[in-house]
Write a protein that binds this ligand. Structure first.
Ligand code: ZN
Length: 183
């Protein structure tokens, strides 16, 4: 079989707090707290929350891979989408925003797509996270932009991120947590 190259056109973006409404900023600080809480509970330091268009928090979720006995699908965003899609219709989901600590992996981006999430706001770049985790078997971070995953779908989804001003605060949750083999 001939080798094939798979290409998707997408617009790379870097965002900032000024791209958000004022009430959204505390939501992102809360997401970073959820990451710290996940780490304190023995899980990987990731978290997210779901909010309505007025900024009311509907659901919060931290990573639960360890709590769930090593469930590799227990990323915060995938767990949240599983809960949310049982609580809200696809039409309702289209009006909601997920605030996440980092650019979601392909699995989580897929769950957002299937769950008809309307909008995603995220803080940290997947590329920055990959520098911290390296190939640590607990989180061998992918390098697949969420915009590529969404651009491969059949509908448009709102994305704001990364939010560079908050990225260092998020990455602090990862200090000393990962053990990449190349460091
Ligand atoms: Zn994920």
């Amino acid at each position: 079989m001939p080798k094939k190259k798979f290409e998707v056109e997408y617009e790379e973006q870097v965002c900032s707090l000024s791209d958000l409404k004022e009430y959204e900023i505390p939501l992102l600080h809360r997401v970073i707290e959820i990451c710290r809480e996940a780490r304190e509970s023995g899980n990987n330091p990731f978290g997210c929350l779901l909010a309505d268009a007025d900024g009311n928090i509907l659901m919060e979720q931290g990573n639960e891979e360890t709590s769930r006995g090593g469930d590799c699908t227990a990323h915060a965003e995938a767990l949240l989408m599983r809960k949310a899609s049982q609580a809200y219709s696809k039409d309702e989901m289209a009006k909601l925003t997920m605030y996440s600590c980092a650019e979601p992996c392909a699995m989580c981006a897929g769950s957002m797509y299937w769950g008809n999430l309307g909008r995603l706001v995220y803080i940290g770049r997947e590329s920055e996270l990959k520098k911290a985790t390296g190939d640590d078997s607990r989180n061998p971070t992918l390098n697949l932009p969420v915009r590529v995953v969404f651009a491969s779908g059949q509908k448009s989804m709102g994305i704001i991120g990364p939010i560079l001003e908050l990225e260092p605060e998020f990455m602090k949750c990862h200090d000393g947590f990962w053990n990449p083999s190349d460091k």
